[in-house]
Design a protein around this ligand. Structure first.
Ligand code: ZN
Length: 253
């Protein structure tokens, strides 16, 4: 009892309950875009991502907001945020695409997950393909499956807490053609271990270079292929990867 009281008093001294402690200024501001329509597995991921990033924001002292309103996707609003997340959706209209290009060229940061980088020959947005390091969607496995991931570079700020390989929870993995690794300015951080092949039952990826996370060093950007279903946040190692990615983008000078 006395011990509990002592801890309470000590706590009160460190963190006054009357609110006199000066609030720490947030170090950067993050805005997440997502949709609550479309493929349920992509919605499930976004719905879990929101509390995950809210928790990180409290822990790591940044501000986190999320919206499904693509009307807010304009230069006037975007300039208030240092990092943009695309959880399960992407810019659709010419105006939204232009606003994104301007934001990235102006030094903004982007962290995209899974379907947010999806593009094929009908997308008609060559700038975005270039932004991704040339990556065009080529195929996927089905059903979603866990996979062994190889960490290409463990010295990078985004991957420094990871072991040499780790198991990523069940996901729908995308393979791209051409592989963004062929772009000399792209740095691949994670790759699907070829030992996973063949991966899939209904749809099977049998081989090929499958970068899972990479950055195009011409921009402040990072893409990660995770983002399908409700298992993504069940790996502590992978959660550290997400945390380090948002901190790397947010704290870059
Ligand atoms: Zn998917």
């Amino acid at each position: 009892m006395i011990r509990a009281l002592f801890i309470f008093l000590l706590g009160s001294m460190l963190f006054p309950v009357d609110g006199t402690a000066p609030p720490q200024a947030v170090s950067f501001r993050v805005l997440a875009f997502y949709t609550d329509k479309g493929e349920q597995d992509h919605i499930d991921f976004a719905k879990q991502a929101l509390p995950f990033f809210e928790g990180l924001a409290r822990k790591d002292n940044f501000e986190f907001q999320a919206t499904t309103r693509w009307e807010d996707w304009n230069a006037e609003n975007l300039k208030n945020f240092q990092v943009i997340l695309w959880l399960n959706d992407f810019a659709h209209t010419a105006e939204q695409r232009k606003a994104f290009e301007d934001y990235m060229k102006g030094g903004g940061s982007w962290l995209g997950f899974h379907v947010s980088a999806y593009n094929d020959r009908d997308t008609g947005w060559p700038w975005f393909v270039d932004f991704l390091g040339g990556a065009v969607f080529y195929g996927n496995n089905w059903p979603p499956l866990p996979a062994t991931i190889v960490v290409d570079d463990r010295t990078h700020p985004v991957t420094r807490h990871l072991p040499a390989t780790f198991t990523s929870p069940a996901n729908e993995w995308y393979i791209w053609k051409p592989s963004p690794r062929l772009d000399k300015q792209v740095k691949v951080l994670l790759t699907l271990d070829p030992k996973n092949y063949p991966i899939g039952l209904k749809d099977t990826i049998t081989g090929g270079d499958l970068p899972v996370a990479w950055t195009n060093t011409r921009y402040r950007m990072m893409y990660m292929n995770m983002g399908h279903g409700d298992k993504i946040f069940t790996s502590n190692e992978q959660n550290l990867l997400f945390e380090d990615a948002v901190l790397w983008l947010g704290r870059r000078k």
